[in-house]
Write a protein that binds this ligand. Structure first.
Ligand code: ADP
Length: 901
């Protein structure tokens, strides 16, 4: 049915085709759902928009009631009905919001606008309603509200303080955290020009924040948001609340300009305090490290110093620069180099927290020092080892003291053990608590048996109280030691004599702790003393019989005993001496001073030997007596006199006097001999020297004679001439040699240091012709330097080597000169391989003119070796030969060793 018709019908078809139709047409075309209801609540009509809104065909619904519109939702229907009733009660207009459901089941937020209309009589005939769908708007509003609430919740629950500023930088909003952090009620904050204007604020470095320094202003000035800007709020009492402030601009999304500023901030006081504390603690640590009384080092995992403190530098004697980077091992004492190695593994693995040890290091100056070291590992957060921390303490002093102590203890122990005496520590209950080996030997018990025994248990029954008599005094402090001799019974039952000394060891307070006793085995001595006593008598009678006599003097040197033998031996009256001192009677050989010296010796209690006295013999003549004596001391060390022996030495004295006379004679003769020798030497020198001149005349004229007149000489004359010339030549040689001989003594030079090789070489040069002619080989060893007359040494060598060349055998001559040190002198030897000499001539050949051969066999004067002898003797040496015929000769001579300067 068309719309008009519906409306017509609704109106009872009274005014069809009226202007109302046009109105209905308009209503029908409205986008707003519109409906009419009669006074009795029946729907009279709806427009197209209504149909679309509810999804219901209007024709089908005309005449129905609102309850029919919401079969599922009676509450909605009832609300409408109620509103309708209210409207009819007070006709006019009405509007209300309500959520309705369409046929499609959708809920829509709507506003109902209703108004009553009247019939012709002016009676309320029904109502007209229009529905505005506000679902979209309410949803948007709700979303916005929710969103805002969500943000508000977030902002308010945030830990960060948040403040919102408007464009003039006044605070317009803030959250609870801001209130909490700033400590000012939000109401007071809002409207303020930033919280920094509310409270005194400072920068991170403590400077007060000026209005221009406020974070918001900085941002606005620079145009850049701030992050992590630190501001401190100064609290009464000096504490600070430190804030880390971020700021940002507020902009509309479609605008480049900003309309406000937001700042957020967190309270970093705790963090900052922690940082300060950390910095302080680090600083403290650094200072501690530096100032520590111990050496401190950080050591890398490869064993090098990373960081060292001054104390360590001083300890090791290196500077910090030198030490850092050095290997710890290189500084360690060679024997302790690997000391840490074994422990390091356990330290690295974390098996142990730290290790401690004592080891040695070598200082830069080479000295060894001892350190106590504690090492711990520094690890990162993950537990990985970073480096080792070492704490070193100088314990050199202690180690030295320890060593000294150990040594002294060891020394003490060894002394105790090795003491030649038996040593025991005896407890106050008299039991042995410690004994040494020697004591075990003396007492014949093994150590374990002796310990726990008392001395009394093993004392000789007769000597039980010997020690006890003194012990009380010792403990009372009246005496400081006990010294007795007593007997013990050894385990094997034998008796041992012991010299026993004892002191008591007291504690610091003087209370006796234990006794220290020394035992010396004096059994032997006791036995010897016994033997001495026994033998004394025997000895006395023995000396009576001996050829010497025995005497004793008292402490005042008066003779108290003299054996009978004295009188028998000397014929002197021994009895006359008894009771008298030695110097009471005269001795011809002694002066007052001699006696005083002897007496002084006796008073010094010194022994004396062979004190000789020539005593007048009343029977005529004198007797020589020799006495020896020694002082006697009693067991307390007191001097009691002298005892000794005497003998009659008259005969010996006479023999000595005889000998001396002979000796003096001899000396006189020797002196004469020397003088006559010297005279002879002088004579020989003068004679040979003066003979030279006439001889030279004889020989030159005979030679001249021979040269000029030899052919004129008849028969034997020529032969005689030859003999004369030859004789003159020989005499010339003889005189020259003799002159050389005498010159050794008279024309010698002063001794000077001479290297023996020099005169030897000189001699070789002089003999060169003979050496070359014979093809001789001359060799020599290294030769010493001596104090000598070099010319005479050359002469000596020349004579010896000349002989060696002259008295050569069949083979080529070999001469060797050697030197050896013997009895503090140099012995030089000239050895040859010549014909040798028979032993019976060894002495003779050194005498003047002594030769073993005729002139025909070997030429010579027999003076050469005599010169050698004289030279050697003049140098304080001697000369001799060793040889065997056919086996060469060795001439040896000595020269005193040059005295070292
Ligand atoms: P001369 O050589 O003039 O005969 P010396 O006094 O030098 O006189 O020697 C004395 C003697 O000693 C020599 O005649 C010789 O018989 C013997 N004699 C010396 N030197 C040697 C020698 N090297 N070998 C063998 N005999 C020697």
């Amino acid at each position: 049915m068309p719309k008009a018709k519906q409306i017509e019908r609704a109106r009872g078809e009274e005014q069809a085709g009226s202007p109302l139709d046009a109105a209905f047409k308009l209503v029908d075309s409205l986008a707003v759902p519109v409906f009419f209801k009669s006074r009795d609540g029946r729907y009279l009509g709806v427009n197209r928009a209504w149909e679309e809104f509810f999804g219901i065909k209007g024709e089908a619904f005309i005449g129905k009631r609102v309850a029919d519109l919401y079969p599922q939702d009676p509450a909605i229907a009832e609300r409408h009905a109620a509103m309708d009733r209210e409207l009819y009660a007070r006709p006019g207009r009405q509007s209300y919001e309500i959520t309705v459901r369409t046929r499609g089941g959708e809920l829509r937020d709507t506003i109902y606008y209703k108004a009553t209309y009247a019939d012709a009589r002016g009676e309320v005939a029904g109502l007209i309603g229009a529905i505005i769908d506000i679902t979209v708007r309410t949803q948007a509003e709700r979303a916005l509200r929710e969103n805002e609430e969500r943000w508000r919740a977030i902002v308010n629950s945030a830990n960060e303080g948040i403040l919102v500023y408007d464009r003039s930088l006044n605070i317009v909003a803030g959250n609870q955290a801001a209130e909490r952090i700033i400590g000012v009620p939000l109401a007071e904050i809002i409207g303020a020009r930033g919280f920094t204007s509310l409270l005194p604020c400072v920068h991170a470095d403590g400077r007060p924040v000026q209005p221009d320094d406020r974070p918001t202003r900085i941002m606005v000035r620079t145009g850049k948001p701030l992050t992590g800007h630190v501001v401190g709020i100064k609290r009464p009492g000096g504490a600070h609340t430190w804030l880390s402030v971020n700021t940002g601009f507020l902009r509309h999304h479609d605008s480049a300009d900003w309309y406000g500023v937001v700042s957020s901030f967190t309270d970093i006081t705790a963090q900052r305090n922690a940082e300060t504390a950390l910095r302080e603690s680090e600083e403290r640590y650094r200072r501690t490290f530096e100032l520590a009384g111990s050496g401190l080092a950080h050591v890398s995992l490869d064993g090098r110093f990373l960081r060292v403190n001054r104390c360590l530098c001083e300890f090791l004697g290196y500077s910090e620069v030198e030490l850092v980077g050095m290997s710890v091992k290189d500084l360690s004492h060679p024997e302790d180099r690997d000391a840490v190695d074994t422990r390091r593994e356990r330290l690295l693995s974390g098996e142990v927290e730290s290790v401690q040890l004592e080891k040695r290091y070598l200082r830069k100056d080479g000295a060894t020092v001892w350190a106590h070291i504690a090492i711990a590992m520094e690890r990162d957060a993950a537990g990985k080892p970073l480096y080792a921390i070492s704490v070193l303490d100088d314990i050199t002093q202690r180690m030295q003291t320890d060593a000294a102590l150990r040594e002294s203890e060891e020394r003490y122990r060894r002394t105790f053990e090795l003491a030649g005496s038996g040593v025991a520590h005896i407890a106050l209950d008299r039991k042995f608590i410690r004994v040494n080996r020697r004591l075990c030997e003396i007492l014949g018990y093994p150590e374990h048996e002796l310990i726990g025994m008392t001395g009394r248990q093993i004392s000789h029954p007769d000597d039980l109280e010997v020690i006890n008599q003194q012990r009380a005094k010792l403990y009372a402090g009246e005496i400081d030691h006990v010294r007795v001799e007593k007997r013990y019974l050894r385990k094997d039952g034998s008796t041992v004599w012991v010299a026993f000394s004892m002191v008591v060891e007291r504690d610091a307070a003087g209370k006796p702790m234990y006794e220290i006793a020394i035992f010396d085995d004096i059994t032997e001595r006791k036995r010897a003393e016994e033997a001495v006593r026994e033998s004394e008598e025997r000895f006395r009678s023995l000396t009576q019989l001996s050829s010497d006599w025995y005497w004793e003097q008292d402490a005042e040197f008066g003779l108290k005993f003299m054996s009978r033998r004295m009188g028998e031996r000397t014929g002197l009256d021994a009895a006359a001496y008894i009771g008298r001192k030695r110097w009471d009677q005269p001795a011809l050989n002694l002066t007052q001073a001699d006696w005083a010296a002897h007496r002084a010796q006796l008073e010094r209690h010194e022994p004396f030997r062979d004190f000789e006295m020539e005593r007048q013999n009343p029977a005529g003549g004198t007797r020589w007596i020799s006495v020896s004596g020694e002082p006697i001391f009693d067991s307390d060390g007191r001097f009691t006199g002298y005892r000794g022996v005497g003998s009659d030495i008259t005969q010996r004295r006479q023999a000595e006097a005889e000998l001396k006379r002979a000796h003096d004679d001899l000396a006189k003769k020797a002196e004469e001999l020397q003088r006559s020798n010297a005279e002879l030497e002088q004579f020989a020198y003068v004679a040979s020297h003066d003979l030279q001149e006439p001889l030279r005349m004889v020989s030159s004229y005979t030679q001249l004679l021979k040269r000029r007149y030899n052919d004129k000489l008849q028969g034997d004359a020529q032969e005689f001439m030859h003999y004369i010339v030859d004789g003159a030549a020989r005499m010339k040689q003889l005189i020259e040699d003799l002159l050389a001989y005498s010159r050794v003594g008279t024309k010698g030079k002063e001794f000077k240091p001479v290297s023996v090789e020099a005169p030897l070489k000189k001699a070789i040069t002089n003999l060169r012709a003979a050496i070359e002619e014979s093809g001789a080989a001359v060799t020599w060893d290294p030769l010493p330097t001596v104090d000598a007359d070099e010319v005479q040494l050359a002469q000596l060598f020349q004579n010896l080597m000349g002989n060696a060349l002259k008295f050569r055998g069949q083979s080529v001559p070999r001469i060797h000169v050697s030197a050896a040190e013997r009895d503090g002198a140099w012995q030089l030897s000239v050895a040859d391989n010549g014909i040798g000499i028979e032993p019976q001539y060894f002495e003779r050949i050194f005498m003047l003119f002594q030769r073993l051969h005729t002139m025909g066999e070997y030429p010579g004067t027999g003076i050469g070796l005599a010169i050698c002898k004289k030279v050697a003797e003049r140098h304080g040496g001697r000369i001799w030969v060793t040889s065997a015929p056919g086996e060469g000769s060795q001439f040896h001579f000595t020269l005193p060793k040059k005295e070292s300067p």
